[in-house]
Structures are given as C-alpha cells and as structure tokens.
Design a protein around this ligand. Structure first.
Ligand SMILES: [Zn+2]
Length: 353
C-alpha cells in the first residue's frame, strides 16, 4: 500500500494543488429523489497569466501546439504527459500498473478530497477494455484508501482528454457509490460475483465480490455484451458505418476485502435534434450544464460553470432546485430511462448477461 498522506501534503505545500483557488468554489449538497447530490460551481479556474498567454501565442505562431501547465508553467506535449522533471520536483511519483510505468499526481484544482490522476508514462489513447479493468484493480490494490475510475473512451460521453491513457481517483465516496441496488440479477457463469442494477439516474451495473480475477472477467463479459447491444427503439445502436457507439464508464472501490465495481453504460449516438448526443444534457438544461457528463458527474458530483451563479440569481433558482435539475441532467445521460419503455429495454439487455 502506497502512503499518500505525505505525498498529498507535499503537493499542497509546493503549490501544485491550488487549495486557495479551490476554496473559492461554491459547494453544496442537495437532497433529491436520487439521494444527496453534490454540486460545485467552479470558480477556481485561474485568470491566465499574461506571460502564459504571450508564450502560447508565440508557440502557436511557430506551429507548436504544446500545452502549458497552468499550475506549474511546465510545457508538455499534452496536459497528462508526465516527465522525470515532475518527479524530481516532488509533485509526481512513479507507480507500476500491469508491469508498466505510470505517473501519479494530484489534480491542481481538486474537485473532491485528494483528487488524483494516474497517467501512463507513454502518450497513448484511453481505452476501456480488459487491460483498463486490470489496471484499475492494480491501482486500487496499491491505494485501497482511494477509489479509481476512468472516463469512457469515446467522444461526447468521455472526458476532455481522450488522447492520453489515464484514471482519476481520490479519497471520496460519491453519491452513486452509496446508492443501493434496486434489482439484483444472476450473471451467467459468475456465481461468485454479485450483480445488480443501481438505483441511479444513469444506467449502472454494479459487480461486487472478493475475487479480483472473476470480477475482471465479469466486467469484460458485461462490456462485450454492451458493446454489441442494439435497442433502436430507444436510440441505442452498437455501431453505425463501422463506428462504435457503446462503451462504459467504470469506477472501482475497495471496502475491506470486498471490491465494488460500478459500470455506467454509455452510448454516444446523435440525431439531428440532438447533435451533442441522445444521452447528453438536453437543450433545456444547457443554461446549467452543456458539457459532456464525465466520470465525476456520472458519480453524482456536478461541476458547474461560473455563469450558473448568475442563472440562479436571474431565475430565482434555489440550491435544492439546481440539485434536482442535476438529477434530471443525469437522467438525460442514462441509456435506459426510468419509464416503462426504458425498464423493459433494460430487462432485454440483462437477459443477455
Ligand atoms: Zn500525453
């Protein structure tokens, strides 16, 4: 087990974690039908240093498209390309996942307790597959005090950085992880794995048990079936013109000897009416949330843009109402809705497992 207390303390002391900036965020919990959802209005994004802007302009003019880390000023090929220099400076460390070199650091603008990021040393695309599940179990095995999860590996339903393989973790138990199972089911071939549907606005299958190898196999089985699953009546198509649309946002935590692996089913189909995605915040919610529903939001923590403060004032929205709207936004991202049509479609999917 890796001791993270000292590493986190040092990352804060070095100013890599911007605690002062984060303290400006507006944070509350809202009681909803889906449990207590967590809301953050993100006011911690820094004003850009004029020097950074000048440097960026110069590099753009020279044709280079490197990324300048707003926290450290370090120049990287992409925001997640970690280097030996980062380790020397003390805010990154090496870890080993599946026998490979990975980096670990804390997110400069922590959205929750000890929000950290593990990134492959090599710059390569994200992928949700057996290797990703194995890595998740490796990292939670080494850092059982933290959950770890991954964004989905497709545009529209993934995070903002698909080009670099990474996971996010931290010392926080999210609303989704606390949500109950509303329906247990038998996963064929895996009697040692408990499987169930989570009572959650999005469509989440929970696998739990103590046997890591069986859980990885079970997760692969769910992913394989979901990747090929079609449900045209509700807009789910596994593939169009050879392009895949179905994937998973996985989240793993460990409690004693027991693992809890949540698999949020995602589909990035679009339509002329919903060019941003059928399972994306609908237009009537865009004043609150327009961006992709990524890993952190899937789990029930909304990261909302600064303008929401003004929207709340203009429309007289209470904090509870924003929480309720966030629940509805998550329902938009759910592939199997909580109406009769959605529930019977879910049963057809479960029957294949
Ligand atoms: Zn990179």
């Amino acid at each position: 087990m890796i001791d993270t207390d000292e590493f986190y303390r040092r990352s804060c002391e070095l100013g890599f974690v911007k605690l002062e900036a984060v303290a400006r965020n507006i944070v509350w919990t809202a009681h909803t039908d889906w449990g207590d959802l967590e809301i953050t209005i993100n006011l911690s994004k820094p004003e850009k240093d004029p020097r950074t802007i000048a440097e960026e302009a110069a590099r753009k003019a020279s044709g280079k498209v490197d990324y300048v880390d707003p926290a450290t000023g370090a120049v990287r090929p992409c925001p997640l390309c970690v280097t030996e220099k980062d380790v020397e400076r003390g805010y990154a460390r090496r870890i080993s996942l599946q026998g490979e070199n990975w980096g670990l650091w804390y997110s400069p603008y922590v959205y929750y307790e000890e929000h950290c990021i593990a990134m492959s040393w090599e710059h390569r695309p994200m992928h949700i597959d057996r290797a990703a599940f194995e890595c998740l179990f490796d990292i939670v095995g080494q850092l059982p005090q933290y959950f770890f999860g991954s964004n989905a590996d497709l545009p529209l339903v993934g995070g903002s950085i698909l080009a670099h393989d990474h996971f996010q973790g931290g010392k926080h138990v999210f609303p989704m992880q606390k949500a109950d199972i509303c329906e247990a089911f038998e996963l064929r071939g895996f009697p040692e794995v408990e499987a169930g549907v989570v009572k959650w606005p999005m469509s989440v299958i929970r696998l739990s048990g103590e046997d890591r190898a069986k859980l990885v196999d079970a997760a692969c089985a769910v992913l394989d079936v979901w990747r090929k699953h079609d449900e045209p009546s509700i807009g789910i198509c596994a593939e169009t013109d050879g392009v895949r649309h179905n994937t998973i946002t996985p989240i793993l935590m460990k409690d004693g000897n027991r693992y809890q692996l949540d698999l949020a089913l995602r589909c990035n189909m679009t339509s002329p009416e919903h060019p941003w995605g059928l399972f994306h915040p609908h237009e009537r919610y865009h004043h609150i949330k327009k961006e992709n529903i990524g890993l952190i939001e899937v789990m029930g923590l909304a990261i909302l843009p600064p303008r929401v403060q003004q929207v709340m004032e203009d429309q007289g929205l209470s904090r509870e109402e924003v929480g309720r709207l966030f629940g509805e936004i998550l329902e938009c991202a759910g592939v199997f809705k909580w109406d009769e049509e959605g529930r019977s479609a879910l049963q057809r999917f479960l029957a294949k497992l």
